[in-house]
Design a protein around this ligand. Sequence first.
Ligand code: NAD
Length: 406
Amino acid sequence: MGANGKGYTQLKSFDVCIVGGCGHVGLPLGMAFADAGQNVVLYDINEITIAKVNNGVVPFKENGAEPVLKRVLKKNKLTASNDPDVIGSAKIVITVIGTPVDEHLNPRVHDIIKAIKQIEDQLRDDQLLVMRSTLYPGVTDKVHEYLKKQGKKTLVAFCPERIAEGHALTELYELPQIVAGCTPEATKQATALFKVLTKKVIVTKPVEAELAKLFTNTWRYINFAISNQFYMIANASGHDFYNIYDAMTQDYPRLKSFAKAGLAAGPCLFKDTMQLSAFSGNNFFLGHSAMLVNEGLPDFMIEAMKDRYKLENKTVGILGMAFKGENDDPRESLSYKLMKRLELEADTVLCHDPYIQDDRFVSLSEIHKKADIIVLAAPHRLYAEEDWKGKELVDIWNYYGKGGLI
Ligand SMILES: NC(=O)c1ccc[n+]([C@@H]2O[C@H](COP(=O)([O-])OP(=O)(O)OC[C@H]3O[C@@H](n4cnc5c(N)ncnc54)[C@H](O)[C@@H]3O)[C@@H](O)[C@H]2O)c1
């Protein structure tokens, strides 16, 4: 077999096949099942990531993942492949392909149905199909109905992934798993599957689980928007948000979940809030408001910087291009919006990220040498030791503890 998993001569039988298995959700999940003794195959269409995984390389930053990957590969418990026949050779099929929104911010439900149609011929009557991507409400039942219409008796369940990127290999074991079968037998088999990883399983109907996942992400997105809106109110009136934040939160348990201000984006929170919005007939005012606040924060920062510094003569250094600290995922990162907007206002914009390869980025020493203003966009740990003395610092996270006022 080649590194991309092509050329299976004898098809092995697997316990679990993960469709989209080399992605941020699929790979840690597959490793966790393999580490628990299951025979796992990761089916994916990305040959580069397949080759990396089969060679023991985790294609993205995930805490503690590389030793686990090497261990399960050595024990022959996990393999990645682009051969669709592996789907039919597994007892359980889990799909975790991406579910982005379209150019009108509506869910791309057809992508999921299309993906199911692509694997339909491989699905068997005695298999359990677990949908794990975040889904628009009603899609799991639609998939179940579709398969029934094709004469398939495949069991179908929705079991949403709720990990935070980077923390999968602890959270998969610690978080309770929501399990929602389209039939009692599907619920029973999906419960048995996830009990291998976690102690607690919570059973709901499929549409309840789909809403639970969207509500969870939207709740977080709105939470960030509250902090960001308060930050903008404080900053616009010349007050440092973090003095107020500290006064509010110190020894005050009711504000435990009050986030710090910061760029809130990434591949999940924004699009899931928009999915919920589409589900509510675009009458989800709170969700849309959160989107305006979070997506508007880079613009607010630039307007405040324009007032304070003469940006047109300045070189601005942006630190951290990933969508959050200690992460290498650039998907939907607001750092790029900040970069594009600043390129219109400042003389020069220099970007740095220790975890993302991009020819446009420069070294930290170049930023030290050339930048007049430093904007901390994603608070990577590496930046903690940097001394930006002599430069203007824009730190909306208050990462350096010197206040967040622009
Ligand atoms: N990233 C997260 O932390 C996270 C957390 C919870 C839920 N989710 C949800 O999980 C889903 C997947 O997200 P992700 O971040 O893992 O995406 P991803 O892009 O990292 O992974 C998707 C994988 O699917 C593969 N793929 C795409 N189409 C395919 C097809 N037709 N057949 C086989 N493989 C295919 C891609 O090559 C990729 O490896 C999304 O619905 C997302 O909202 C993500």
